[in-house]
Structures are given as C-alpha cells and as structure tokens.
Design a protein around this ligand. Structure first.
Ligand SMILES: *[C@@H]1O[C@H](CO)[C@@H](O)[C@H](O)[C@H]1NC(C)=O
Ligand SMILES: *[C@@H]1O[C@H](CO)[C@@H](O)[C@H](O)[C@H]1NC(C)=O
Ligand SMILES: *[C@@H]1O[C@H](CO)[C@@H](O)[C@H](O)[C@H]1NC(C)=O
Length: 315
C-alpha cells in the first residue's frame, strides 16, 4: 500500500508527537530464536517468534532455508501477529533455518536466522546380545550402540536388575561420548547382565538396550599387563570461549591403572579444572584463551605407562 507523498508528509506532521504514528520503515521488536522441538511432547505445535513495528504496518513473510514459505499452501502453517505457528511439526518438512521478513513502503528487513531442530530417541533395534566371556583380570569393553536420535544423550548401565546401576570408580567407566562401558580389570563380582540405558536430555525420554550377559572363562587368570588406553579425547578439541570442556580418558590394565592429567606446553592445568570419576574426566569450566594448549592424560600401573595427547584450541 503506497500513499501519495503529500499525504505522508501531512500525516507525519499531524501525528509527530505520537511516536507510534510517525511513518517509518519496519523495525524488529522481537526476532526469532532457535527452537528444539521434542517429537514425543504433548505440545503439538511450534512457534517461531517475530514481532515488528512500522508504519505503514509491515507485512510479514517467512523463509525456510532461503525459500519463501507459502503459508496458504500448507494448512499446518499460520502467521499470527508476525509469528509463525506450525501445527503438527514434521521433521522432514519443517526442520531447517527460518528467517522473518518484514516489508512496508519504506523497505524490507530480514531477521537473524533461527534453527528449528527436532529432538527424538528411537528404540534399540536388537533384542538380544551374545554372551561375553572374559578371563578374570582381563580388561573389557561393552558397546552401547545407541539407536537413532537427535538431542544430547546421557548414558548409564544397569547391572542385573533395575534400579542397580554400574557404579563408576577407578575400575569401571561409562563414556558419555559413546555410551560404552569399560572395566579396566574384570573381577568375579562383575559376572551378570549389563544393559545400556540411554536418556535424551531434551525430550527426557529413556530407552533400554538388550542385556549382555558377562561370564568368566575357566581357563585361567590374566596376569599383570601395562595400561592400554581405550577411551581418549580427540587430537583436536576446538573449544568456544566460556563453554565447559570435558575430556575423557580411561585405560584397561592389571593392576587397575591410575589416570592423571598434565599439560605438555609448559603450563599448568588450570586451577578451576575439576576431575571426575577417578580422574577419567577432566572438566574445564568457562574456557578461556589461556586454557588452550596441549593436554595429556597419563595411565600408569606397576607394569608401565601410556599417554594420550590432544590440543585444545580457542575460538
Ligand atoms: C512427515 O512428512 C513426510 C514427507 O512429507 C511423510 O512421509 C511423513 O509421513 C510425515 N510424518 C508424519 C509423522 O506425519
Ligand atoms: C534445510 O536445510 C537443512 C540443512 O541443509 C536440511 O537438513 C533440511 O532438511 C532442510 N529443510 C527442508 C525442509 O528442506
Ligand atoms: C542374566 O539374564 C539371563 C536371561 O534373562 C538369566 O537367565 C540370568 O539368570 C541372568 N543372570 C544374572 C546374574 O542375573
């Protein structure tokens, strides 16, 4: 809608004291933010916010992955006071990057990008897992193999029956990167059934894997051997300013190896760093430029030692 120039001047002259009535181009009051939609939630719609002022009143359109969304084409879409409402959001059709576009006779503004992501956690496909047999004193890894998912996961293992979970100590470790369970040195008391439990922190849904029975072989006991690092942090860890960085390190061995951390660039491990799970996790909160550098985890027992190295970079 375009008004004749004279009328615009007259109107702004008359209404210049009432701020809202001054003719001006569109301005964002609220731009859309990224949303993670939990697929199994009760809420069956998602809203991407956009609030704009302008005079004349701006018209609002939305872009998905750079293409204008044809609101009339899909009954699931509606634009309510600028915000985009999607009923029954569908991962294949709706996941992507959204932008709000506001236009009036003065011009057009485009909002920041907002991602719509979907969080979900499927069930484990397999129902059974074959028995694992190990010698007493040997190290062991049980794979979790989480089902398809989106959203951050937390892993734990049930020992025999729920609610008994595998207790993590210097001998037993559950990687939060892979979900795998590591036992540095198997003992008689470890015999039983192990079940991986996966929790999606976004949807709060939880699924259980098939149980894996663990039995002891009866052809002797494993002797002492030097640490073998099975869980190690990546060689390159790009870390954003202000984030919490978690490095994992765990070794199999007999006797049970001790884990320690150090820097190999002449600096000290920052004082704010915390060690968890018998030092298998080094956590550096509020990551800063001075925390970047070469880090090393050392796994040691009476038979020898092994190291894993990686570089933390700052961005
Ligand atoms: C989502 O959309 C895809 C493609 O149009 C379709 O195949 C699928 O069935 C839809 N999913 C649901 C849950 O409606
Ligand atoms: C939008 O782009 C993302 C990233 O390339 C892609 O995963 C998603 O499927 C796209 N969305 C649609 C609806 O095409
Ligand atoms: C492990 O599970 C199997 C099959 O469900 C069962 O027969 C066995 O008794 C269980 N073992 C233990 C130690 O609970």
């Amino acid at each position: 809608m375009r008004l004749p120039w004279e009328l615009l001047v007259l109107q702004s002259f008359m209404l210049c004291l009432a701020d809202d009535n001054i003719l001006h181009g569109p301005v964002f009051i609220q731009e859309p933010s990224s949303v993670i939609f939990a697929l199994d939630s009760e809420e069956k719609k998602v809203k991407l916010n956009c609030e704009v002022k302008g005079n004349p009143k701006p018209t609002i359109r939305w872009k998905l992955n750079g293409t204008i969304v044809d609101i009339g084409m899909d009954y699931r879409y509606s634009v309510v006071e600028g915000s985009l409402l999607i009923n029954n959001p569908n991962k294949t059709q709706d996941a992507g990057t959204y932008q709000c576009i506001a236009t009036n006779s003065f011009g057009t503004i485009v909002s920041r990008e907002a991602k719509l992501q979907f969080a979900y956690l499927e069930n484990f496909k397999t129902r059974t897992r074959s028995t694992v047999s190990v010698r007493q004193g040997q190290g062991m890894v049980l794979l979790c193999g989480p089902p398809p998912h989106s959203g951050e996961l937390i892993y734990a293992w049930i020992f025999n029956e729920y609610p008994t979970f595998v207790h993590q100590d210097n001998r037993r470790f559950v990687s939060q990167e892979t979900g795998n369970l590591y036992i540095a040195k198997v003992e008689k008391s470890d015999v039983g059934n192990y079940t991986c439990v996966v929790t999606n922190t976004v949807t709060n849904s939880r699924v259980r894997g098939p149980p894996t029975p663990l039995i002891l072989r009866n052809d002797g006991v494993m002797g002492e051997y030097e640490p073998k690092i099975e869980v190690q942090f990546p060689e390159m860890v790009p870390s954003a300013k202000g984030t919490t960085v978690r490095l994992e390190c765990f070794a199999l061995g007999n006797p049970v190896p001790a884990i320690s951390w150090r820097r190999t660039d002449g600096k000290q491990i920052p004082k704010k760093a915390r060690r968890h799970k018998s030092s298998s996790i080094l956590e550096i909160p509020n990551f800063q430029q001075e925390d970047a550098g070469m880090y090393e985890c050392v796994a040691e027992n009476v038979r020898g030692k092994n190291v894993a190295r990686g570089q933390l970079t700052f961005y």
